[in-house]
Design a protein around this ligand. Sequence first.
Ligand code: CU
Length: 174
Amino acid sequence: MTRTSAFLALFFGFAACGGGDHSTDGSPAVMDAGTPDLIGAMCKDPRADVYQPNLMKSSSMGLYTLTLNASDPAPPILGNNSWTVTVGDPSGTPISTAALAVPTKFGGHPNPWMPDHGHGTTLVQVTPATGTGGYTITPLYYYMPGLWTITFTLQANGSDVVDSVAFSFCLADS
Ligand SMILES: [Cu+2]
């Protein structure tokens, strides 16, 4: 992590996470987030997905699947991540007939976000990638330890129906 991003992490942490017992898992861990020994440190949380390559989840209405083909680094780390994902039909066959997005708000809260802390992170960019239904998600900036959830929306061309699928990962501070 660069000095600038560490500062930004601190800023966001203080700005968004004031109060409660939050300070116990806040800025000190963020300062260490870029050290190599933290790569892949995950915490156990029953709400979290367990990272593995080509992790496929069904959308909430069952209209689609979304496969997290890979996170770089893998598993996701504190700091900047890049994901490749593929949109599929309910059986997992890649399709190009539905648009993928990461809305800046979902369910009345920022997206991505930390449900236990009530704040989001910086904007996520979604870029079409090579291959049917493929997208690149970057940067995905997880700046503090804890449970992070990112919700993707899926919408067929010309349809008003918005389906969604979320991936949650719990990032440890050591
Ligand atoms: Cu937080």
